[in-house]
Design a protein around this ligand. Structure first.
Ligand SMILES: Cc1ncc(COP(=O)(O)O)c(C=O)c1O
Length: 385
């Protein structure tokens, strides 16, 4: 019966990260520097709020967009932190993780034949949704501009079919962030274009120099931007599945219909936890960010001494390292490293073909694990040169 399935569903691939994980699973003692999630527990006060919600029988559907007090708290949070102004009544949806926010935004925007610009190497969660919509991803090569997309690059790729550009900064897999001047140039350019911007800001609280700014806070950008955020990374809540989607009401009213028929509402127990996180845990990410920075500094130093080439990350918890000098594909390099030294990293081609020639190292691992990992990578590099 497989042949009767939707051809687009058949054509999309399991993610390259998952493919490599299947390989890593054969090496149970390997040091894993692959994690895309924080290695800290969810803050205790957040967990307790969820337990209390269960005891209070907060176990039924909420408003489709989420509990009103949570939507209010979410709007206050992004206003105080990022100077974003949204109305809790009709400009925010509590979603099932940032993943659902990406899915419903793209499905609201895209029709068959449309094009979406993806500055790449890029997180692999966008392309399959674009393909399922019958639209086309167009990858913008950012490997020669420090993994940052510029207006000139967009101008070269934009066509009359372009419906949206995705701006995922701080970036997974590269860890780079856009500085104010870079955002200003992009906003000046994009505000004049008739395309949507999906600003995936899920790593906004994990920034190591300065503070995060959202492109939606720049003049002329609010009306065309979908701001995607959530609690997965800021509050170490990946399994709770709470995302936040902000957009102007004339747009969000249509997205809400897709969300409604898709999931009805996000888990209400998780919503209770998210409310506690956003009201009483506004700065829960700070101690985690401090620890990530310590680990980043350690890894940066070690990898530099090994003579490896990479951009200095300033956000998220990834390092994206060039392995071009070793003459192996990123998959073969990662497999050899795994077999020879027992260290797992993610092959760069999991982040589009523009990630070929790189590996992603996650420092969402303890400093002692990172130390062992770096020692092993060092001896691997020595064996290769
Ligand atoms: C850039 C980016 N966006 C979205 C997501 C998905 O987040 P969530 O777990 O909240 O669905 C991830 C997860 O790793 C990510 O790296």
């Amino acid at each position: 019966m497989e042949h009767l399935l939707n051809s687009r569903a058949r054509s999309i691939q399991i993610s390259g990260i998952r493919k490599f994980f299947n390989e890593v699973a054969k090496y149970p003692n390997a040091i894993s520097l692959t994690l895309g999630q924080p290695d800290f527990p969810t803050p205790i006060h957040v967990k307790e709020a969820a337990i209390q919600a269960i005891h209070n029988n907060q176990t039924v559907y909420s408003h489709n967009a989420g509990y009103e007090d949570l939507r209010k708290a979410a709007c206050t949070y992004v206003f105080e932190k990022y100077d974003l102004q949204y109305d809790f009544a009709d400009e925010v949806i509590v979603t099932t993780g940032a993943s659902e926010a990406i899915d419903i935004s793209l499905r609201a925007i895209l029709s068959e034949g449309d094009e979406v610009l993806l500055p790449s190497p890029v997180y692999p969660g966008y392309e399959p949704v674009i393909t399922l919509c019958g639209a086309k991803p167009l990858y913008i090569d950012t490997t020669s501009t420090g993994f940052k997309v510029t207006p000139e690059q967009i101008e070269q790729s934009i066509t009359n079919k372009t419906k949206a550009i995705i701006l995922p900064f701080p970036s997974n897999p590269t860890g780079v962030v856009l500085e104010d001047a870079e955002l200003t140039r992009l906003a000046d350019y994009l505000c004049k274009k008739d395309i949507f911007v999906l600003s995936d800001e899920i790593y906004s609280e994990l920034r190591y120099n300065g503070v995060h700014r959202s492109i939606a806070s720049f003049e002329g950008m609010r009306e065309k931007t979908f701001v995607i955020n959530g609690l997965s990374k800021s509050h170490s809540m990946t399994g709770w599945r709470i995302g936040l989607l902000f957009a102007p009401k004339e747009i969000l009213q249509h997205v809400l219909k897709i969300h409604q028929y898709n999931v009805t509402c996000a888990s209400t127990i998780s919503q209770a936890a998210a409310l506690e996180a956003l009201v009483n845990g506004k700065d829960d990410a700070l101690p985690m960010a401090r620890e990530y920075k310590r680990r980043l500094d350690y890894c940066y130093d070690r990898l530099q001494k090994m003579g490896l080439k990479f951009e200095k990350p300033n956000g998220a918890f990834y390092l994206f390292i060039s392995i071009k000098q070793f003459g192996l594909t990123s998959y073969d390099f990662s497999l050899k490293l795994l077999k020879q030294e027992g260290v797992a990293v993610v092959p760069g081609d999991a982040f589009s073909s523009l990630g070929e020639g790189y590996i992603r190292i996650s420092y969402a691992a303890s400093l002692s694990q990172l130390e062992i990992g770096m020692n092993k990578i060092e001896s691997f590099i020595k064996s290769m040169t």
